[in-house]
Design a protein around this ligand. Sequence first.
Ligand SMILES: Cc1cc2nc3c(=O)[nH]c(=O)nc-3n(C[C@H](O)[C@H](O)[C@H](O)COP(=O)(O)OP(=O)(O)OC[C@H]3O[C@@H](n4cnc5c(N)ncnc54)[C@H](O)[C@@H]3O)c2cc1C
Length: 432
Amino acid sequence: MNIPDSNLPRIVIIGGGFGGLRLARALKGKPFQVILLDKHNYHTFQPLLYQVATAGIEPDSIGYPLRKIFEGQKDFFFRLAEVQHIDAQLKQVDTSIGSLKYDKLILATGSGTNFFGNNELEANAMSMKSIPEALDIRSLLLQNFEQALLTKDLDERQALMNVVIVGAGPTGVELAGALSELRKHILPKDYPDLDVRRMEVHLIESAPQVLAAMSDESSKDALAGLEELDVLVWLDTFVESYDGKKAITKDGKEFLAHTLIWAAGVKGETVEGIQPTAIVRGNRIAVNQFNEVLEMNDVFAIGDVAAMIDEANPRGHAMVAQVAIQQGERLAKNFILESKKKDRVPFVYNDLGSMATIGRNKAVVDLPKKHFKGIFAWMVWLFVHIMQLVGFRNKLLVLMNWTYSYFRYARDTRLIIRPFKKKISDDIPQPS
Ligand SMILES: Cc1cc2nc3c(=O)[nH]c(=O)nc-3n(C[C@H](O)[C@H](O)[C@H](O)COP(=O)(O)OP(=O)(O)OC[C@H]3O[C@@H](n4cnc5c(N)ncnc54)[C@H](O)[C@@H]3O)c2cc1C
């Protein structure tokens, strides 16, 4: 990998997401050699993926080059590599570009989409965990509309316009709201020959409420907001199968839609070589309060992939950005304390609250002791998301985009950029 030997202890971090990034930054100027490995050369701001998928913002404004973030950081090295295996005996990681020794290893690999073993769903549903996936959703939606224009079969036309979203957590709710705004303000202008009002946006949730992890007030307010936007919400409904055109639920409901977006589950992205007894529910890695992987020396896990199970969190902490950020920060401080032969401090999560937007001027915010909604909540949502984006350029781009879109009712990145899975012409009857 062409990384020079050093007298400094070597800390290898797998993953430049929220947790890995914070950890590596907090080690700047400290007595360690820090090596960050990621299979992408950029950091992804996942909370705004849904805006890329619905043509609200450009993909470049939610990705940031990792090399740029660490420009000039001494004793720091980034390598574009996928880690495939950990050898805890040899204290080595095996990657797509070779092997590398570590003194301390941190898994900050995040999570992937969980289809709970349903292969049919996995093959036919769209997921939204990365920028390419969000772009793929955008392209599919638009391709389906182009195709709807061409078909004479009315049921087929309807199915091409319909969208089913499975999972009414923040991702599902935000997507449904954004799609409904696309249907109201944009698509009728783009496709005047289609009766876009007939497009159905279905949000299907197996729990009895939307935003189940938030307060009851937020769930109720979000549901009311979605209904105002004509999103068809199906609670207590479990999607069992989807063949690419029809979703069927456990209680026999059928939904015809050529787009189904799966936002109903995530699982930890572990790497081979982790002690099997440390892998717990949701494919996460069990860690103690110092983020040490159970039964492994000098191996740590932070963020989505880590399950810090205690009495207050029997399933581990929520898989949200703040947990990853705070664990990255705490772990860096503990490495520094250790290097000074001082006692480490156990991780304690400081819950800053949660929020979701339903659409224009509509959001819900839960602070530890307060709930609010409406335009003020929406402005708080906008502000928090802008501030959390990495890099001044991205902050500025998103702010400009949102301001322009707000006043012009615009969603101007409606480009189909996709290596076609199949040619549109495959489905169009050709003149004989
Ligand atoms: C659509 C969506 C919306 C969300 N909205 C919110 C929100 O509004 N608020 C909130 O708090 N949270 C939100 N989240 C969750 C939040 O994004 C995650 O909790 C957070 O990203 C976890 O950070 P992390 O550092 O653990 O992992 P990630 O940020 O996922 O980073 C993991 C990194 O590891 C890399 N990686 C993985 N495996 C390997 C490997 N084998 N080799 C090399 N590199 C690897 C990946 O490329 C990635 O860069 C959302 C998530 C999604 C998908």
